[in-house]
Design a protein around this ligand. Structure first.
Ligand SMILES: [Zn+2]
Length: 323
């Protein structure tokens, strides 16, 4: 299986390809392209009240350690060793998306990477098909933010993938990623991010609905402002009765590092200081209220609880729920 390393070099190469951002990442020199494949479709089903929440593994990527910010090399190595990962390797990160079903309402939270991250991701459509969900069945899509690994699955060669869905996106994120003045002043390495966000925005323009901070979208979904990783980065609270799950997108993304070192960030954070403040606030909230959370990049299926530990936090994965 080909591994895909998300590195600074990969980003720069990919940026030249616009929407094909990151697809030009380095394949492992010893692995033949013929074996390039995404993981098999992988699902995890869980109820939140009467809402059926299915986590789909879109794929994975590997993050170069030099993209971790605000953390010493030794601390990165320590964190990886504590998670029984090879401290000399890039950091493996899942890409998950969530489907929430109740009756005829089919909501999708983020769309995975589509073709933007190379062969190890972009399994959303295959997975939906196996679930018995056709693209036409999806009634709405809610975005945590407009990074390529969250919006790439929304468009294909022939335009929008989901012909009937409304697209709910944070006003602040949409404004940022579609602003041509901001894009023209941004570094070459992030041009592909802007190009893909603009392409998605154009493909869904008639069906886009903006949300502000903490907006009730109906059907048990409420957005929660979690800015920093991107200007309008948002979580989604899924609730029915007294049962709830908070899907926090990339608020905490690196399971082996950011629970024990919540100030550590990722080079893609738009505002690293704000992202860290948000992370601590969200972690404190879910610790004190014992709320189950789901994260896009946490080890699949990426659902669990958070506890306080040694002045920081610890991740407690949920035991598999059989429904
Ligand atoms: Zn992400």
């Amino acid at each position: 299986m080909t591994s895909f390393d998300l590195s600074r070099r990969g980003l720069i190469l990919g940026a030249a390809g616009g929407a094909a951002l990151l697809a030009a990442g380095r394949p492992h020199p010893l692995q033949a392209a013929a074996h390039a494949t995404a993981p098999l479709p992988t699902f995890y089903d869980r109820m939140v009240g009467n809402l059926r929440v299915t986590t789909l593994l879109d794929g994975y990527f590997k993050l170069d350690q030099n993209l971790v910010t605000n953390l010493e090399d030794e601390q990165i190595a320590e964190g990886m060793k504590a998670a029984y990962l090879d401290p000399t390797d890039p950091i493996p990160l899942a890409i998950s998306t969530h489907v929430i079903r109740q009756g005829d309402e089919v909501s999708l939270i983020d769309s995975g990477a589509g073709g933007a991250f190379g062969p190890t991701a972009g399994r959303l459509r295959t997975s939906l098909e196996l679930l018995g969900v056709a693209p036409e069945d999806v009634t709405r899509i809610v975005l945590t933010h407009m990074h390529p690994d969250h919006i790439g699955g929304l468009i294909g060669d022939s335009g929008p993938v989901f012909p009937n869905a409304s697209l709910h996106v944070s006003e602040a994120d949409h404004a940022f990623w579609t602003d041509e003045t901001i894009a023209s002043g941004a570094p070459e390495s992030s041009q592909g991010f802007f190009a893909l966000a603009r392409a998605v925005s154009e493909a869904y323009t008639q069906r886009t609905e903006m949300f502000g901070e903490n907006t009730d979208l109906g059907g048990g979904l409420t957005t929660l402002a979690m800015p920093g990783h991107t200007p309008g980065h948002s979580g989604v609270r899924v609730s029915d009765g007294s049962d709830q799950l908070i899907i926090w997108g990339d608020s905490t993304a690196l399971a082996s590092l950011q629970f024990s070192h919540p100030d550590a960030g990722i080079a893609f954070d738009a505002d690293g200081v704000q992202a860290a403040e948000t992370r601590r606030r969200v972690l404190d909230m879910v610790v004190s209220d014992k709320i189950a959370v789901a994260g896009t990049h946490l080890p699949f299926p990426g659902i669990g609880h958070v506890e306080e530990k040694d002045g920081a936090y610890a991740w407690v994965p949920e035991e598999w729920q059989h429904i």
